[in-house]
Design a protein around this ligand. Structure first.
Ligand code: FHN
Length: 433
């Protein structure tokens, strides 16, 4: 027998556990939500928690080997008096983002809402004493964005998260606990979010990779979500092929099917709507020393390359402990929004294009229009390979200048005019028969 890695054995155990449950039948409202999600194409990811006080990212409790007692010194210092949910949602809108995915609970177990299930939360444990998710949900409804909650399965503090996984080993918890009681607690907190914050876009799970092979009772949790909000989209960042009950598949720091980040080796592209997530600098949670900011051009390229692969792009910010979003993030989001204001037709409501990525760029499509996204291609001549449809005409999306099209063996030769070229991404709209 070939030696299978522990990960493969764990993945097959988790998959078989998922398969034992009855097949999941998404509701009509869920299928409609999936179409909306794919049309939306661009969302704002927000990693925010008491860890931001230290400015060393969201893994500081684990990376600095902090005990729960030491970590408990952070909430009393977390007082985001400058938090302005309306401004955050307005920034997402200015960026051209159609939904927001915010951490309701990250791996430190700290609830960013007024949970009644324990005192480890923003209302009971900080001088701010207010729920930050409620105003965000209200602002999203008012400004027309959908709201998703990122919710960590992994918990570095809860004493029933036992046996331990690969992380959170320095919290100082007793070497005992009832994992099912922890999952009951997690489901009870999720029920608060699913019944107290209005209609949600979905739940974005993360963290089961910490205990591969454990029985996470995924279907029990997923079925609860779909019972309470049938339209809510469930995704789980397990870096594996989708499990029964999931409604979209996410990839992290990689386009679908790629593995430049090194932890997407098993994430085969499934048949569900796709999303990839990325940071503007390197860190997800606020990191005051992380100055490796990607340019707006790089981020537009990521957005259109994701769209070219039929995937959404979820772009992250990590707000400061005072509730502000740093200017390096805000300026890039607004610049992306400026590009989308002129070129959004080639992204929103599209699906992956008929031509696979080429040295010159990628394609998206909507109805009979195929959009060529010409990235870092200075030449006026552009060869479009045959793609199963006949090309009737072409125009520069911005300005509408006609693009000469000459049939050649194997496709067409386009001559791009100087007018309408865009330093970030020049979009050519090609009408097909
Ligand atoms: O451990 C988390 C990390 O903190 C962050 O939330 C990312 C975002 O996708 N997910 C996990 C790392 O894979």
């Amino acid at each position: 027998m070939t030696r299978r890695t522990a990960m493969q054995i764990a993945a097959s155990a988790a998959a078989s556990q998922a398969l034992r449950a009855a097949p999941y039948q998404p509701s009509p409202s869920n299928l409609k939500a999936r179409q909306w999600f794919q049309d939306a194409r661009f969302g704002l990811f927000i990693h925010w928690g008491v860890y931001s006080v230290l400015g060393k990212g969201e893994w500081v409790m684990n990376n600095d080997k902090m005990s729960s007692a030491a970590y408990e010194k952070l909430p009393p210092q977390f007082n985001p008096v400058k938090y302005d949910a309306a401004a955050w949602v307005a920034l997402a809108k200015a960026a051209g983002q159609k939904y927001i995915t915010i951490t309701s609970k990250h791996h430190d177990g700290f609830a960013m809402w007024g949970t009644k299930k324990n005192k480890w939360n923003i209302v009971d444990a900080t001088p701010y004493k207010r729920d930050v998710l409620k105003p965000l949900a209200e602002e999203c409804r008012r400004q027309g964005l959908k709201l998703f909650f990122y919710h960590s399965h992994l918990d570095w503090r809860h004493t029933d998260y036992f046996p331990r996984g690969r992380t959170g080993l320095h919290s100082g918890r007793p070497e005992s606990g009832d994992f099912n009681r922890y999952l009951d607690f997690m489901d009870a907190q999720l029920e608060e979010l699913l019944t107290g914050y209005g209609e949600l876009g979905g739940i974005w799970f993360d963290g089961i990779w910490d205990r591969k092979g454990a029985d996470w009772r995924l279907r029990k949790t997923y079925d609860m979500i779909h019972r309470l909000q049938p339209h809510a989209l469930v995704g789980n960042n397990h870096h594996l092929a989708p499990f029964e009950g999931e409604d979209f598949q996410m990839f992290e720091k990689d386009l679908p099917g790629q593995n430049t980040a090194g932890f997407n080796e098993e994430s085969k592209i499934g048949a569900l709507p796709l999303e990839t997530c990325e940071t503007i600098n390197v860190a997800w949670g606020y990191n005051s020393t992380d100055k490796k900011f990607k340019s707006a051009k790089q981020l537009v390229h990521y957005l259109v390359k994701a769209a070219g692969m039929n995937a959404n792009f979820l772009l992250n910010v990590g707000p400061r402990p005072d509730g502000t979003i740093q200017e390096e993030f805000a300026s890039r989001l607004k610049e992306i929004g400026g590009w989308l204001a002129k070129n959004g037709e080639s992204v929103y409501g599209t699906r992956g294009g008929p031509i696979t990525p080429r040295p010159w760029g990628v394609t998206t499509q909507k109805g009979k229009t195929v959009y060529a996204h010409v990235l870092d291609w200075p030449d006026p001549l552009l060869v479009i390979p045959s793609f199963g449809k006949s090309l009737k005409s072409a125009r520069m999306l911005v300005g509408g200048t006609s693009v000469p099209v000459k049939p050649v063996d194997g496709g067409w030769l386009l001559t791009l005019p100087a007018s309408g070229r865009d330093g970030m991404d020049t979009v050519v709209a090609m009408e097909t028969a």
